[in-house]
Design a binder for this molecule. Sequence first.
Ligand code: ATP
Ligand code: MG
Length: 659
Amino acid sequence: MSGLNAPQKLAVEYVDGPLLVLAGAGSGKTKVITEKIAHLIATGRHEAKHVAAITFTNKAAREMRERVARRVKGDKAEGLTISTFHSLGLKFLQIEHERAQLRRGFSIFDSDDQLAIVKDLAPAGLKNDALYALHNLISAAKNNGLSPEQAAEAARSLREREAAGLYARYQARLQAFNAVDFDDLIRLPLLLLDADAELAAGWRERIRYLLVDECQDTNGAQYRLLKHLAGTRGAMTCVGDDDQSIYAWRGANPENLDQLAQDYPRIKVVMLEQNYRCSGRILRSANALIAKNAHAHPKQLWSQHGDGEPVRVWACKNNEHEAERVAAEIHYLAQAKEILWGEFAVLFRGNHQSRPLEKALQLLRIPYHLTGGTAFLDRGEVKDALSWLRVLANPDDDAAFLRAIASPKREVGATTLEKLAGLAQQAQLSLSKAAENISLLKQLTPRAANGLNEFTGIIHRLRDASERLTPAELTRKLVEQSGLLAMIRAQCKDEASYLRRKENLDELALWFENARGGGAGELAAQLALLTNADRGEPGNQVRLMSLHAAKGLEFAAVFVIGCDDGNLPHSASIEEGRLEEERRLMYVGITRAKAHLYLSHNAETKRWGSVEHLLPSRFLDELPAGDLLRDGSDPERESAEKKIRGRASIKEIASLFDP
Ligand code: ATP
Ligand code: MG
């Protein structure tokens, strides 16, 4: 376990009770978790199958698993659990499905499916915004561990009462579909564990040591789950940084860090104060900024690295100008400092900010990867294929049935489906089961009945085949036999777009091939949990992503764009007095940078077709002036740098002619 400083080493080796590592950015918290997993297994303290680590994204889980695999030899790491809270909840429900009154192959409803239920149950004529708001309230009640009755009691406004009223019916609908939503992945395990001490003891026997990264962003329900798993013995290590809590809007509660100390009075708290990531000026800027937030336990990070480059603050005309400067600077730094494309990140508050950047990068032929762009899992053909898999695994999944039966279109129109839904409801059957019921089919027109018969025929053949096929083979087969592939071919005007869409389906099959364990239904459920940030292994490409998605990562050079008042901090946060969370977001952005940091703001922006003047982010004034190099503050240096950059690009152009 070489290469750890004294408090890190202590945190890794301490196993006598609960441990909290409370420390700032880049101080090695994640490293402590990885090293500790390896330590627990390598020393034989716990078998891998009894160790579970919780990370914030599936991608972080994958990376951590790879790192541990390098540290622990042979098959000793076999059975180790590294996952998000949601994936762990899914695993729990797959094992305990009977207790949760779910049948094997239950579906996970994505946000579209969830909203469709709300729309169906809510009073007619509500606009999407109102439906979202209702769904958010239901979700919030679920995350707070409230039952429908408790939510009704706690309701303060008319809207909340309305949502509480919907909640029970929403839940009944999920139950009828043999489905859960994302919130249930935490809520249901919690309900079961709350109700059954023996079950909880059984799970503590299974998970004998628990480690949690990014603990500041757990919500109330996740925190309670954590407590169940750790139990009174408190066999756990939590690491976190209250200054990096940026998910309040999803119910995250940084006070959980303090709560830990109250719930586990024996807890050992380790502080890490050395930052290994950032150069001196970057770290000083981060420290100065975050010092403006109120702190119960102020911390001061230090770094052994030298001052390094000044933090550059750019005054740009507008976001096109900003994007051009970013692209040109990346181009220059890549050559002059030999920084790989993959070591650059451009971070922003809102996803719309990536558009001008993409254009500017393309112009200079700089390869880039946009996290959370049009996501693979949101693509129509992928959703279609997944809905077929869901119907195969779960005949009660009405949402999937409705999507599958319409892709490709067959002789089953909206009227038929409405009629079928009515009959299904009377007979208390799911749509899929109703479509197989001969006496019900007789009540439809022969043409409609034929259309349904054809569909159920394919489903039956695929279901039979699924027993002999791997999930990947099944996916390939269904893509052919469902008619999906033919549908795509008919829809695409040219070969290239057909191939692109077909590739997405190939990739889906490939994902199943690489995934470990489980039938197609279980794998489809796991897939539903991947978020856009999890997908795709970017190669050597400049990374474009939101500040939220950048948490935990590090890059040689970081550009935080759009440091405009109203964007960062966001105007809604300014109005609602939520400046501290915005400051933490900026802190997260700044502390991603190892050596080069650029913060840019714009003089104006176009909004709804008219030009709006902007002011620089108030956070820029909170940074130590001595560590910044602002546009226009040092004309001599600027003109010298301009010359160097000019020469570099001329040299590059010349090299094109001089092989
Ligand atoms: P964040 O708060 O951003 O999640 P963190 O506290 O989790 O950061 P890590 O990502 O674990 O920090 O570590 C930051 C960087 O410092 C990594 O590159 C890591 O390898 C390096 N590092 C951590 N500890 C040491 C050490 N003792 N010696 C050398 N490098 C270290
Ligand atoms: Mg970390």
